[in-house]
Design a protein around this ligand. Structure first.
Ligand code: FES
Ligand code: FES
Length: 161
């Protein structure tokens, strides 16, 4: 089947079997390797992308559901100031660790702060409930997200004045 969609802001078209997963298409057809294959069953979050504005596991999205959608991968998001802000804060707290689920952690941070600019501890934990990171301490993650929220609010305030 022929599929048209928007990938990282660009209109793309390709041919695929209806049941092929988005993660395989991103890696195999478009050379985007930031979304990692982990459990391949929607449990770990290593393959996270943004699908029509929602963080989603790309291993659970079959090709036929891509038609007409808008998809942002970590490669697309890496072109934004928000990405730099998140990565700087992760680096300061050494939150990168093995990096296998980094796309998931970064995109979940962005999705959370976009909807809740100043999240509580519970909201942060809920926002990351789809990421099963083996090497990130929850308390440090909460601290980092709070740091990012504060610096983002400061940046937005300064750009508005
Ligand atoms: S590989 Fe997709 S959620 Fe684990
Ligand atoms: S950084 Fe998440 S699994 Fe290692």
């Amino acid at each position: 089947m022929t599929i048209n969609f928007i990938l990282n802001g660009e209109d793309v078209v390709f041919n695929a079997e209806a049941g092929v997963r988005l993660i395989d298409i991103l890696r195999g057809n478009f050379g985007l390797f930031g979304s990692k294959p982990g459990c391949l069953s929607g449990q770990c979050g290593a393959c996270t992308i943004i699908y029509n504005g929602q963080v989603s596991p790309s291993c659970l999205i079959p090709a036929f559901k891509i038609q007409g959608s808008e998809i942002i991968t970590i490669e697309g998001f890496s072109q934004t100031i928000e990405y730099q802000e998140i990565m700087n804060a992760f680096a300061q707290e050494h939150l990168g660790n093995c990096g296998y689920c980094e796309a998931g952690k970064v995109l979940c941070t962005e999705a959370l702060l976009e909807h809740i600019p100043n999240p509580t501890k519970e909201e942060i934990l809920m926002g990351f409930s789809g990421i099963k990171c083996r090497c990130t301490n929850a308390e440090r993650l909460i601290k980092v997200v709070n740091n990012i929220a504060a610096s983002r609010q400061k940046r937005l305030y300064e750009s508005a004045t």
